[in-house]
Design a protein around this ligand. Structure first.
Ligand code: ARG
Length: 504
């Protein structure tokens, strides 16, 4: 099942036929009800309406379980399922009023069901509380969201791997302290990000495991007094396991925190890459051209082509961290079990999900359309003594202790600097004046040779990079398969509204 749309659309209340007030769902205790201010303040429907697909499907599974356990009749269950299907259609069409008087998505779905099927609908909430219901809905949302995020991470990795595959031999300067350090290849640099995103994907997949736990049956906090079958409900909803402790299950939002933590770290990676795109596309570097589809102009300077997409991806890390800190702070010091504070988990999670998938998707397209300027990369790779380490290595391999070799080449660099030339401009005689160990084969040492020298696993040598590239592609294939398998399972959940009821 797909969560609806781009989300975050805080759908404004659209006036419609007036529903019975939600208080009628459980209004016995109250004489008049909450003040309009308190109602508006506590209502979550403005944002949690986004959970409706999960609320409907979760309710369908609960209803099927109740019927199978003979807690409600098959006739009632049949009517409830048909009613839920109708509510889903109406919600999909945007035909339902989502005013704050409905409080939250759960009351809205059940309230509408009551209008459609009447009395049987009032049996749906048997052996269920909104506390385990909201935990279920949010976990179902989070499963879908994790798969969306994984797909988006995969798209970024694919784009990087495609680009890297064309530039296994393209030399460029590698940096430390943002100073040219040693030559690497463009592919090797891009594959560094592939590694980061691969770890992000691993974290998301790992988070999926702990999200994929079914809390229904925990009731308000203590479990329920009916002979329910939690495993059956879990099977219907494709959960791998059921929660072990009812108190924990209704108050646990660890799966939200670790989800947002994984996204926060992914946002850090995205931000680092975006920063490099900004640097590389500047005139100062001139390493890449960002396609104009991912840039914007200036309102005053006609010549400008600004990397705004990359800048915003860089900037959105702030939101990602903020959402994580928000939920951690909500949880701090909360007594067990459910407290209304927990309602504050949703906007943070929704925004975290939207921000991350948005950044990942736009970055994948940006990478697909960007072009490295290989001439500029090559020139920069040769400049500023980026091969100095290789000269020192040359001497060390001929027996000079590395520290001494380092000093010899350091002096040569200083000499070149005063003369305004490169190490590769030095003749054999000039080199030999610094050390007898220099031979003809080192004269004119180019960045390409320096790169080829780094022939260790994980190193910049093209043959190693090609192997790493192949490995990353295989890993990505495996990951796509894992995501697709889970996606197919979740997409099939819609059948819970229409499949015939199982015999008790
Ligand atoms: N809107 C609520 C939330 O998001 C649903 C659970 C309400 N439970 C309660 N006991 N008031 O947390």
């Amino acid at each position: 099942m797909q969560h609806p749309g781009d989300g975050g659309d805080d759908r404004a209340w659209t006036p419609g036929p007036q529903p019975p007030t939600p208080a009628k769902l459980w209004g016995g205790r109250f004489a008049s009800g909450a003040s309009p201010d308190a109602e508006a303040f506590t209502a979550s429907i403005r944002f949690d309406h986004r959970l409706w697909p999960y609320d409907v499907i979760g309710s369908a599974a609960h209803c099927r379980m109740l019927a199978r356990q003979r807690i409600i009749s098959a006739t009632d269950a049949g009517q409830i399922l048909a009613g839920l299907a109708k509510v889903a259609d109406e919600l999909r069409d945007g035909a339902l009023d989502l005013s704050p008087s409905w409080e939250d998505v759960h009351t809205r779905v059940e309230g509408r069901l009551r209008e459609i099927v009447g009395e049987p609908a009032a049996r749906l909430h048997t052996a269920r509380s909104r506390n385990d219901q909201v935990a279920l809905d949010l976990r179902m949302f989070a499963r879908d969201a994790l798969l969306d995020e994984l797909d988006a991470v995969i798209a970024v990795e694919r784009a990087l791997l495609t680009l890297a595959g064309n530039h296994i031999e393209t030399v460029m300067p590698g940096y430390t302290h943002l100073q040219r350090a040693q030559p690497v290849t463009f592919a090797h640099h891009l594959l560094a990000y592939v590694e980061m995103f691969a770890r992000d994907a691993e974290r998301l997949l790992d988070c999926y495991r702990r999200t994929d736990v079914m809390p229904l049956g925990s009731g308000a906090l203590a479990g329920v007094g009916y002979a329910i079958d939690r495993d059956y409900t879990a099977r219907l909803l494709c959960f791998s396991s059921i929660s072990a402790n009812s108190i924990d299950a209704v108050s646990d939002r660890d799966f939200v925190v670790e989800h947002l933590a994984a996204l926060a770290l992914a946002a850090a990676h995205l931000s680092r890459f975006a920063e490099e795109l900004v640097l590389w596309s500047s005139a100062e570097f001139g390493f890449i051209d960002i396609d104009e589809a991912f840039t914007t102009g200036s309102s005053i300077m006609p010549q400008k082509k600004n990397p705004d997409v990359a800048e915003l991806v860089r900037g959105k890390a702030g939101r990602a961290y903020g959402n994580l800190i928000a939920v951690l702070t909500v949880l701090k010091g909360l007594p067990l079990a459910y407290n209304r504070d927990l309602q504050e988990d949703k906007e943070a999670l929704f925004d975290g999900v939207d921000t991350a998938t948005g950044c990942l998707r736009i970055l994948a397209s940006t990478v697909q359309a960007m072009r490295p300027r290989t001439d500029r990369l090559a020139t920069a790779a040769e400049a500023d003594f980026a091969t100095a380490t290789d000269y020192a290595d040359y001497l060390a391999k001929r027996g000079l202790p590395f520290r001494e070799a380092h000093a010899v080449v350091g002096k040569l660099v200083r000499e070149c600097e005063t003369r305004g030339c490169a190490l590769s401009d030095l003749s054999l005689d000039e080199l030999r004046r610094a050390s007898e160990l220099f031979g003809a084969d080192v004269v004119g040492l180019a960045a390409r040779a320096a790169v080829a020298n780094r022939d260790v696993p994980g190193g910049a040598a093209p043959r190693r990079v090609a192997a790493a590239h192949a490995e990353a592609e295989a890993r990505l294939e495996w990951l796509s398969g894992e995501v697709a398998r889970r996606r197919d399972q979740l997409l099939a959940l819609d059948r819970l509204l229409t499949d015939p009821l199982e015999e008790p």
